[in-house]
Design a protein. Structure first.
Length: 290
């Protein structure tokens, strides 16, 4: 009887854990959808502002994604790994902003009753496809350098650890974080897509090809969201382990609260990876549409 009761309790516990997992995964996906809704609203708002303001809006998006995931990253990694990823990610975000803002030609706008002029920048429609491809190539080269640095520094850090336990797990989790931080910088390119999807531009340049690329991009973003549900299940199955430096820094209540935000952090990772999708869409349109 006792054994049967224990079996029933374990079964009930498993059902509760499964229900908890389902709810957390659902909330995570809804959080992802909410992030994309905010990005879509900002894309619409960017149609009505100057070029540099467009870049500033999506630099803020990339920075907000990076900061949230940096603060709430739940997987196994060290403080050193987090700082390496943060430095590389924010360097990519800032560098992309500077490159794109400098590429925009200035224009003069008459304002005020006394004919005062204020300097504003043109939009990305004013740039040629070749010029934009040049900046895209520079970004790709910088990304390769940053990713190589992530791998080298991560491997060296693992080899220099005193306790070389869970090396593969720690390195893979750290690289997952590092790549997400770098991928966030791809969202800074989102305003350039208004050349093809902005107000007055929709369908102006090879509309069927633009639509095809857009459908493929949405499919890739959906695939990333689906992958994040698998990450959530694996995270739950692993016992919701946390980075050691975060466990040591807080009390049990802080750790419990931190774990409650873990799924939101995992939910933003595919959104950050979506920056690579934005970049690939832009390069494809620049090459095949112009």
């Amino acid at each position: 009887m006792a054994a049967a009761a224990n079996g029933d309790n374990e079964k009930a516990a498993g059902m509760v854990d499964s229900q908890s997992l389902k709810g957390s995964t659902k909330q995570m996906v809804l959080f992802e959808v909410g992030a994309y809704v905010v990005i879509a609203i900002l894309m619409i708002a960017a149609c009505f502002v100057e070029g540099r303001m467009e870049v500033a809006l999506f630099t803020a998006v990339a920075g907000a994604l990076a900061i949230f995931v940096l603060v709430s990253w739940p997987l196994h990694s060290s403080f050193f790994d987090a700082m390496v990823g943060a430095f590389g990610g924010f360097a990519m975000i800032y560098g992309t902003q500077v490159w794109l803002a400098d590429a925009l030609p200035p224009t003069d706008c008459m304002t005020g009753p006394h004919g005062l002029r204020r300097h504003v920048s043109a939009r990305f429609d004013a740039l040629s496809g070749d010029a934009l491809l040049h900046w895209c190539t520079l970004w790709a080269v910088a990304l390769l350098v940053v990713l190589a640095a992530f791998v080298i520094l991560g491997f060296l850090h693992q080899m220099l650890r005193r306790e070389r336990t869970n090396m593969v797990l720690s390195l893979s989790h750290s690289l997952m974080f590092d790549v997400a931080m770098a991928g966030a910088s791809g969202w800074v390119f989102a305003p350039v897509l208004l050349r093809y999807f902005g107000v007055g531009n929709l369908g102006a340049r090879k509309p069927y090809l633009v639509a095809l690329v857009a459908v493929i991009a949405v499919a890739l973003l959906v695939a990333l969201s689906w992958a994040s549900t698998r990450w959530a299940r694996d995270y739950r199955a692993s016992g919701s382990s946390l980075p050691r430096f975060k466990l040591e820094a807080g009390n049990s209540n802080d750790v419990r609260s931190f774990r409650s935000y873990a799924f939101y952090s995992l939910g933003l990772v595919p959104v950050m990876y979506g920056g690579f999708v934005v970049y690939l869409v832009l390069v494809s349109l620049l090459v095949f549409v112009g």
